[in-house]
Every structure is written in structure tokens, then in C-alpha cells.
Ligand binder design. Sequence first.
Ligand SMILES: Cc1ncc(COP(=O)(O)O)c(C=O)c1O
Length: 401
Amino acid sequence: MRHSHPIEPRAAIGELVGSRIRAVANAGLGQPDVLPFWFGEPDAVTPQFVRDAAVAALADGATFYTSNLGITPLREGLARYVGALHGASLDPERIAVTSSGMSALMIAMQALIGPGDRVVVVTPVWPNLTEGPRILGADVVRVALDCVAGVWRLDVERLLAALTADTRVLLLNSPNNPTGWVIDASRQRAILEHCRQLGIWIVADDVYERIHFGQGAVAPSFLDMADAQDRVISSNSFSKAWQMTGWRLGWLVSPRGADGATLIEHFGKLIEYNTCCAPEFVQRAGLIAIEQGEVVIEATLARYRAARDHLCERLSRLPGITAAAPAGAMYIFFRVDGVSDSLELCKALVREAGLGLAPGAAFGGEAEGYVRWCFASSHERLDEGIARLTGFLERRRTKAA
Ligand SMILES: Cc1ncc(COP(=O)(O)O)c(C=O)c1O
């Protein structure tokens, strides 16, 4: 007898749109001489001392499963690190180590979000933050930042109005991918106070907190002002601060209620059913990164600041392009006059100019017409990218004339 059942996933997954950043990158796969700036990663490999730590851990036989929540020295190291950054003492029992920032976000979402829950997300944003809740069956409400003369701002009153009593979770990423927007402490306080009143969870995606160009060693964070009892989860990663994108290591900070309850036990169960644990040799290298990495972060920030200013200045010279220097993260998110289909533009840029950029549309409808360029590169590489973009735009203009 022939089978006639359709081969298809459940509806929410069938409707899921694949990442448009990946769609552009996939279009360039196998094409020689593409200069990629589409992903959020540097052109430099992970610092040598971190790689050495992983090699030493492997030589030492660190090839086994660990506790779901991570090895104790790393949880303790992270508690010291996060506590020092955010001016509070933090119990390692509130930390869970995860296999990447993405996995940390998904674990937090799985712990909090169910079908039909209202989830508010500040956008434009890395698509994984809006698609994660959708995979879990949530209703996602987008609150868009405004862009004035290239600078992105949050209308906090509009956000508070969207954070209704039936909202389960607010997801907020600052410094923001793709816009580089960084929330200020006074807006954060207003949001925290509002969510506190209504019992709304805040999941703060803090992966770019060390890449901000303002004062101090870290961007403003909900962790600076939240009590341990507040319904605030911080999600973080080793990828950006220590240039460890391929290592897949991250962590979560859980609140602790007045009765001592945390989400850690539940995170542990979810980690078991997702990845079981992060690899031990990676965790051991991560510990060395946070213990010895401050000089690297300082040097990286100086390099990124120079790259940001260089690229912004070069982009601004091009006709039809509006670019502003972002306050944080590692992207220039610029507007191209006359572009209404950024995906088409980015695919053509790969095909015709060998230049890999990410389309604004990947980050939401409100970001259509924009393009994201990761500036974590040498000036020479950025200049070569600018030359390719310039040639491409000239050819398009000639063709249109
Ligand atoms: C906003 C944001 N959150 C989380 C992540 C996750 O980083 P990873 O999964 O590499 O740790 C990224 C990576 O690009 C990001 O841009």
C-alpha cells in the first residue's frame, strides 16, 4: 500500500522563514573572491592564549560530558566577572553555562514562553530573537525604534504602552544588532519599574555589552539596577567580547526570588534536553578568556572604534548613502536611497561585486531599505569593500540612466 501522508513539520515551523542573512551568504557559497561582512564576527582568529587553553585542556583529556550547568570553576568565574562588571555580588548558583548565546536565549525562552503568550520585542533586531518565541507558538509584538538622521531612538512611552498586563516577556537587545542603538539607564529604569509592577519578565540579550563606545567598561544593563528578585534574565556569550564565535559558549543569569527560588534547576533540565552541556575543553578556555581577557577587550574596542569611524566616513562619501556611527555593537546599519528590496540588493552585491553584506529586511520590515555591514575588520579589507560597493553603485546608476 502506498503512503499518502504529507511530509511536513508542524505549522509554526512550516511558516518559519529562514534567516535572510544566511540566504545571502548561501548565495555566495562556492563563489570565489567574495569579501564577507555579513556575519557578526571579526576578521581575526580567537586570541592565542584562549586557543592555547583549549589545546591544553584537550591534552589533559577534557573530552567528557560535564554537569548540565557547566563546570564549577567557570560558573564561579562568571559570577565574579558579571558581579564586578555590574556592581553586585553574584552567587554562582545563579549562573548556567550554555552552548552559545543563541542557545542561552532559546533556553530562557523555553523556560518562560508557551503557545499564545504575548512577547514584546524591541526591533529591528537579530531575527533569532523574534523567531525563537514564534517557534514556541507565542504572539510576537514588535515595538520599533525610530531612526532620525541615522540615529536610532526608543520611544519609551510607546514601549510601555505595548507592555500590557497580559504580556509575558519583553525581549530587549542592547547594544543592538543591527542598529548599534544602546539603551540609556533612565529608560531602562522606567522599563524595569513598569515590568516589576506587572510581573513581566525581561530577557536582556547582553552579548554586545562590552562593545560600546560610550563611557565605562560596559554598556548600561538591567543587571546594574535590578534586585536579585526582579524577573530579569541576562543572556550572554563569549562570541563577541573574546572573539570566540565558532566556540559556541554562552551563559544565563537567573534571578533569585525572596523564597530563594531560581530558574537554574529548570535551565539545567532544558540544557539536558537541548545540548546536555557545553564541551569541557571549550568551557576551560572560556574561563581563561574571562580571567585574562580584559586587555584583549580593550584592544578590540580601540580597533573597532577606529574601524567604525573609518567605514562610516567612507560610506558617507558615497552618493545616496546615509550612515551614522553607532554607539555600540559592531555594525554600520546604513540606508541606501531608492532601495525597496534589500535582499535583492545584497544578493546582487554578492553576485556582481563579490561583496557580502546583510539585508535590512532580515531584521524586520521596519528595517527594509537598510543594509548591515560588520566593521570588525582591518581598514584595508574595509577599503576593498568600499571600492566594490562604489563600483557596483556606479554600474547601477549608469544602467538606470
Ligand atoms: C543580538 C545577538 N544575540 C545573540 C547572538 C548569539 O551569539 P552566539 O550564539 O554566537 O553566542 C548574536 C550573534 O550574532 C547576536 O547578534
